[in-house]
Design a protein. Structure first.
Lengths: 298, 318
């Protein structure tokens, strides 16, 4: 359920055709009441349903933050293990489409701060397709962040493919010189940077986090131990962001393996501007990633 | 006297006897809650209970009247002032108290405390500390009931402060729009913490505002347990008819401060005294032509030492 998921087919077309297939009891258009319909999803989940709630964008999720943080993430613990909330919340995240300051947030790092929820950020067509079923099977709340720029990506995931592993990061490109750590909408830029680095003889490894909570320390730290250098790229603001958490974990767990300080490539600390060139300047770009890698590899 | 008249007289006597016994139970339940809350004061003062503790002394008619009118299959979602609701739902006092003492034997295994009492076996889903935060959850429980067509309802208790929150209005609209089996019970004790109703709401007739969402809504004397019980039964019937939610505004008053932290400087003492004359326990007792006869609960043989007993789940003796 969610705003315009039924008759409209979803603001980004994700639920197109589902109303006809499953009917209005299971595919529910909601009023513009984020707190009420997310909370209703929580209540239905408590009662044993398996709801999927779509919040149109992460920006509007702030109106439901009370329900997500104070209820979905908290009820199991504060009820002494009695109240499980098997709820899936999906939402669009990210910038890059000239939607200006109130429609361009990347707040998945905020959500990853919250114990009690699992946070997913699919970056590939296969993950977008195959993360949903295991998310629904999870007995606890799962929040899925879908980067808006990826909705037009095409691919042919196996229709009956295995459910995605929700606990592990994925090495999308193996390399030996530096670990590039990213997720979601930034993966494409990082892979492009890695190709350009390869042309210059720098063999970069690319780690796609996939799951932002709980973080897969083994894959990240294992990669850094092999390459001895790390660059973290994400579209969130730099201060207190998920990239800061990754950098801290590397410092805690692999400090003596590092040959250079950890580099971060994040969004500029401003509200995301509308004008194309200003927005481009505010977000992580391939050039910024290349520059950070060159600093790291000296 | 004919056999028919004798049978009629017997039925009347049975009814009167049944009514008297029922009132006796309501009285006992209210006294039990009052005594429990007084014990909380004692234990809080002794440093045994910590954190925020919100007492419902003065509001017992709401707890007993509402909860007694529901079935065991109905879901209950409530606020942080919920000791009375939990006890009236049938959660053993020992486990409620153990929860406040932070023990594993508590009804939330010591993770929740006073504000977060849970017992899913009794369909008691907390115990919510964010004002109005339980309302959307209750709507979701009602949605599940609705989809299963099981004839159950979800009852959400909340205060007059919650009526100012967006979550109340979002939920009222959603529940009416989807015709959810949701019983909305506003426990209007006239103060949102320290802010009086008229300083918070442009229109203080809360039932009238709730009715604007297209649901049946009315106000009830929340100090009269019989009126509360009767109104809740009627409202539950309306909800079970399947045409959506119903709203009750129960006008009540708390005799003590908002919480144990509250110095209660914002109320006129004379106002509190006036409301004390409408104490729900003495009101019912007067109506029954009897003095409250429930014995002191818990037993007088040292309530504090009973609470400190190592096995808090043990039934009190003496």
């Amino acid at each position: 359920m969610g705003e315009d998921v039924g008759r409209y087919g979803g603001a980004f077309g994700v639920s197109l055709g589902l109303l006809d297939e499953f009917g209005p009891d299971r595919v529910r258009d909601t009023p513009l009441s984020e707190s009420a319909f997310v909370g209703a999803g929580i209540g239905a989940a408590i009662a044993g349903m398996r709801p999927i709630v779509e919040i149109m964008t992460v920006n509007f999720s702030l109106l439901a933050l009370d329900q997500i943080l104070n209820n979905a993430a908290t009820l199991l613990h504060m009820s002494g293990g009695q109240v499980a909330v098997p709820l899936v919340i999906r939402m669009t995240t990210g910038a890059g489409r000239q939607l200006a300051a109130q429609h361009s947030h990347s707040l998945e790092g905020w959500y990853a701060h919250i114990p009690g929820i699992r946070v997913l950020a699919p970056a590939t067509v296969a993950d977008a397709r195959h993360m949903l079923a295991p998310a629904l099977a999870d007995p606890d709340p799962v929040v899925i962040f879908e980067h808006g720029s990826l909705y037009n990506a095409s691919g042919s995931p196996e229709p009956d493919g295995a459910p995605a592993d929700l606990d592990s990061a994925a090495v999308r490109r193996s390399g030996t010189a530096v670990s590039l750590i990213t997720y979601g909408g930034s993966l494409g830029k990082v892979l492009e940077a890695a190709e350009r680095l390869a042309a210059d003889g720098i063999d970069a490894e690319v780690v796609d986090l996939r799951t932002l909570r709980p973080l897969d320390d083994d894959t990240v730290i294992g990669s850094v131990r092999r390459t001895h250098r790390a660059v973290v790229a994400d579209e969130g603001w730099r201060t207190g962001g998920i990239s800061a958490e990754i950098a801290a974990r590397i410092a805690e767990q692999a400090f003596y393996d590092l040959d250079a300080p950890v580099e971060r490539v994040c969004a500029a600390e401003v509200p995301v501007p509308y004008a194309h060139q200003l927005e481009e300047a505010a977000l992580p770009q391939v050039a910024g990633i290349l520059a950070a890698v060159r600093r790291a590899v000296g | 006297m004919t056999a028919r008249k004798r049978a009629h007289a017997r039925r009347s006597a049975d009814r009167a006897g049944g009514r008297a016994a029922h009132r006796q139970e309501l009285l006992r339940d209210m006294v039990r809650i009052r005594r429990f809350e007084e014990l909380c004061v004692e234990l809080y003062s002794a440093g045994e209970i910590r954190g925020f503790v919100h007492l419902c002394i003065g509001e017992e008619a709401v707890s007993v009247g509402v909860l007694r009118a529901l079935t065991q299959d109905d879901a209950v979602v409530t606020t942080y002032r919920e000791h009375g609701h939990a006890l009236a739902r049938g959660i053993p006092a020992e486990t409620v108290l153990a929860e406040m003492l932070g023990r594993i034997t508590g009804c939330s295994r010591g993770r929740g405390g006073s504000m977060h009492l849970f017992d899913t076996g009794r369909r008691f889903y907390g115990g919510h500390g964010i004002v109005a935060g339980g309302l959307p959850v209750a709507a979701g429980l009602a949605l599940a009931d609705n989809l299963r067509d099981d004839g159950h309802l979800a009852c959400c208790l909340f205060g007059d402060g919650a009526f100012a929150e967006g979550e109340f209005h979002e939920t009222a609209n959603l529940a009416a729009l989807w015709e959810l089996p949701l019983l909305l019970v506003c426990e209007n004790n006239l103060y949102a913490m320290g802010t009086p109703l008229a300083r918070e709401h442009a229109q203080i007739d809360l039932a009238a505002r709730a009715a604007s969402y297209g649901m049946v809504a009315w106000a009830v004397d929340g100090m009269d347990v019989l009126a509360v019980e009767r109104a809740t039964r009627r409202a539950a019937e309306i909800v079970r008819e399947g045409h959506g939610p119903c709203f009750l505004e129960l006008r009540t008053y708390r005799f003590r401060a908002h919480s144990m932290y509250d110095p209660d400087l914002y109320r006129d003492k004379a106002e509190v005294e006036r409301w004390r004359h409408r104490d729900p326990i003495t009101t019912l007792a007067r109506r029954m032509h009897a003095r409250p006869c429930a014995r002191r609960w818990p037993p007088t043989t040292g309530s504090s030492s009973w609470a400190r007993t190592s096995d808090a789940t043990a039934a009190p003796s003496g």
